[in-house]
Design a protein around this ligand. Structure first.
Ligand code: 4NP
Length: 153
């Protein structure tokens, strides 16, 4: 089983979007039984909350839906994960500070799988949910290609 964990700040916009997009890509590739896919936040600010409605609307417009409750990353999450995909540099340092720097080799920035490496800026602040979706979609495709290239079974 390959365990992929997506992490953003609040776990209500970017990381649940990435979780649902990645699940769809994995489903479409017929690989669902090989993957465990989840998302969480570096902070507990949105604990228990659903996907932020503007982010959910963009997902729905792309034919994707799913239930979600925000939660904060734990040490056990980091231990279980094979790939921890974060959204930006602050996110990377927040996650490593919380779970420990020993996990740094499994932390990747999702935007690094989208051509030129880049941060996926927070649509909570930019209000550009469509752009965030596009960047997340391309990052998820690139991440799945990367995992498939490194997969032994
Ligand atoms: P996310 O977006 O990290 O993509 O889930 C945010 C959602 C809420 C807040 C910040 C970012 N907030 O400050 O409440």
């Amino acid at each position: 089983m390959i365990n992929v964990l997506f992490v953003c700040l609040g776990n209500i916009c970017r990381s649940p979007t990435a979780e649902l997009v990645f699940k769809k890509l994995v489903d479409d590739a017929g690989l669902s039984d090989r993957f465990s896919i989840d998302s969480c936040g570096s902070s507990d600010e949105e604990e228990g909350n659903p996907i932020y409605p503007p982010a959910l609307r963009v997902l729905n417009a792309h034919g994707i839906d799913g239930a979600h409750r925000a939660r904060q990353i734990t040490y056990a999450d980091a231990e279980r994960a094979d790939y921890i995909a974060v959204m930006d540099e602050r996110n990377r340092s927040d996650v490593l500070r919380r779970v420990g720097y020993s996990f740094r080799d499994k932390v990747f920035k999702l935007g690094d799988f989208d051509g030129e490496p880049h941060d996926i800026f927070d649509p909570w602040f930019t209000r550009n949910f469509e752009r965030a979706y596009d960047e997340i979609y391309r990052g998820c495709k690139g991440l799945l290609d990367y995992i498939n290239r490194n997969r032994t079974a």
